[in-house]
Design a protein. Structure first.
Length: 82
């Protein structure tokens, strides 16, 4: 997963600082500072940011998709009982 450093429209190639350009294009408008999937993530799979598990995919996420509350849930309280 990458964090957008500038607002990107659909179809823009995503780059990472200090690495080669990735062949991943955004599938949606992704606001500045928000997350984009760099690879497919299956529902139930951990979502990793900067090497840390931050969420669990609540739906299948395709490479280039906007990663936000509509397709992930927090990993913080995963084992809590409501």
């Amino acid at each position: 997963m990458a964090v957008m450093d500038a607002p990107k429209g659909t179809g823009h190639v995503v780059f990472l600082d200090g690495s080669q350009p990735l062949d991943v294009e955004s599938n949606a408008e992704i606001p500045l500072g928000h997350k984009v999937a760099l690879r497919d993530i299956a529902a139930g799979e951990d979502v990793i940011e900067y090497g840390v598990r931050i969420a669990i995919a609540s739906a299948d996420i395709k490479a280039g998709d906007y990663v936000h509350i509509h397709n992930v849930r927090s990993a913080r309280w995963q084992n809590s009982v409501a």
